[in-house]
Design a protein around this ligand. Structure first.
Ligand SMILES: C[S@@+](CC[C@H](N)C(=O)[O-])C[C@H]1O[C@@H](n2cnc3c(N)ncnc32)[C@H](O)[C@@H]1O
Length: 294
């Protein structure tokens, strides 16, 4: 992406989350990511927040992050931290120091307020910074965490290489993100109608071009990262968007949306497109974990 385009995208992302984070927190709380559900069993009433916590736990489990006092993570970076739901959860779970970065000044401020309210300011801190140019020295963190921020990154190679740069030798990197389906051996690109659907989603949620899980694996391998593993959790997240739409259609949801602004309302109109993308097998909800060599 051209530098001017990348700056426009960053401003768009910051503006989108500045405007919409309050609505999200009001309706859903401090985790701004999909929930993880048992396939085939309908979510319980009020079970969506539990499903979001389960997403964090399943991600840690998939990556094999140890809770053993001698092996548990001590320094964590939360890349694209939102209002810090994961950061505070991980800080409490492991007693770890967590640095969260986001493009949105409103999110960074709110994340810090919530940390103070939970008396966690000695463990967590938040700042406005770009994931593609992180304000940390090399090899700083023993857990590198990116929960649903990768889809916003205009250069996936640069994104993964920054995650790898700040990771300490031997540490774990977890990327949970939206991908498009893997291409078939006979395909060079997605079909025009698929590209068209993704473009509409990109416009609404300030996303650059998407990539596939296979592309991420290729990038991680080329950076010599080890133990690269992926899973497709699309079926496990299937109840999420219908639940978000239902919450937007309540009186509280509707009034919060109206008060928020155009960017948030446009995002709400795009929610059915996400469901369409999943139903067509075009959108995949992917976890990729790997380890930086010792
Ligand atoms: C869907 S929210 C996820 C928030 C959080 N990880 C969570 O699960 O609650 C996406 C986040 O990615 C952040 N983000 C997107 N592009 C970024 C970039 N280039 N640098 C830092 N943060 C970025 C946004 O500011 C936002 O906080």
């Amino acid at each position: 992406m051209e530098p001017a385009g990348a700056d426009r995208l960053k401003d768009g992302i910051a503006g989108f989350y500045d405007e919409s984070s309050g609505v999200w927190e009001n309706l859903w709380g401090d985790h701004m990511h999909h929930g993880f559900y048992e396939v085939g069993s309908p979510p319980s009433v009020g079970g969506h927040r539990d499903a979001q916590i389960r997403m964090v736990e399943e991600s840690l489990r998939f990556a094999g992050v140890s809770a053993d006092p001698l092996k548990k993570p001590k320094r964590i970076v939360d890349v694209g931290c939102g209002i810090g739901g994961s950061s505070r959860y991980l800080a409490k779970k492991y007693g770890a120091q967590v640095n969260g970065i986001t493009l949105s000044p409103v999110q960074a401020k709110r994340a810090q307020e919530l940390a103070e309210a939970e008396q966690l300011s000695d463990l967590v801190s938040f700042q406005v910074a770009d994931a593609l140019d992180q304000p940390f020295p090399d090899g700083q963190f023993d857990l590198v965490w990116s929960m649903e921020s990768g889809e916003h990154m205009p250069g996936k190679e640069k994104f993964v290489s920054e995650l790898a740069r700040v990771a300490a030798p031997g540490s774990t990197i977890i990327i949970v993100t939206w991908c498009h389906r893997d291409l078939l051996p006979s395909e060079k690109e997605l079909k025009p109608n698929e590209i068209n659907l993704l473009n509409k989603i990109c416009d609404a949620y300030y996303l650059p071009n998407w990539c596939s899980a296979a592309d991420y694996v290729h990038i991680a391998s080329s950076l010599m990262l080890q133990d690269i593993r992926t899973a497709d959790w699309s079926e496990n997240v299937a109840p999420f968007w219908p639940a978000v739409i239902r919450s937007a259609l309540t009186l509280r949801g509707f009034t919060s949306l109206l008060r928020s602004g155009w960017k948030t309302i446009r995002g709400a109109f795009a929610m059915p497109l996400m469901i369409q993308g999943y139903n067509k097998g075009l959108i995949k909800f992917v976890i990729l974990t790997c380890r930086k060599p010792e």
